[in-house]
Design a protein around this ligand. Sequence first.
Ligand SMILES: [Zn+2]
Length: 147
Amino acid sequence: MTLKSMKSKSMKSSLYPAQDLRRRTMAWAIKLKVNPRVVRLQDMRRKWGSCTTAGTVTLAMDLLSQTSEFQDYVIVHELLHLRYPAHGRLFKACLGAHVPRWREIAESAEAYPPSPTAGAGPARQPTSLPRGQLRHGRGRTRSGASR
Ligand SMILES: [Zn+2]
């Protein structure tokens, strides 16, 4: 293994993981051509992230202990809400274009203990991402889950 490849791998162990996450969110914002007004990290119990119509994107502190792949999924998901308020076809197409494995990622995240009240979030945050219900928008009947 070369020294170079080791170096790029160790980028994760930054002294300021919260700053890294915010920086990555801004990088995604540029890529997705959206313009969040504020990106903040907050202790969130029941959600991984939320986004308001005013352009405030909030990410859960707990994301810092998740895989970067999962972080990207949540970041892209929330940022895309600046463009598409609901989980419509365009939203999913765009999400799939940038995070091709998002369904898989969302599925693996379900192992995370979901809150019993997940999904009953406050009405003024319509685009929040409740934990344990990452596949929201697909309806609650799960028929034919296997391929
Ligand atoms: Zn959403």
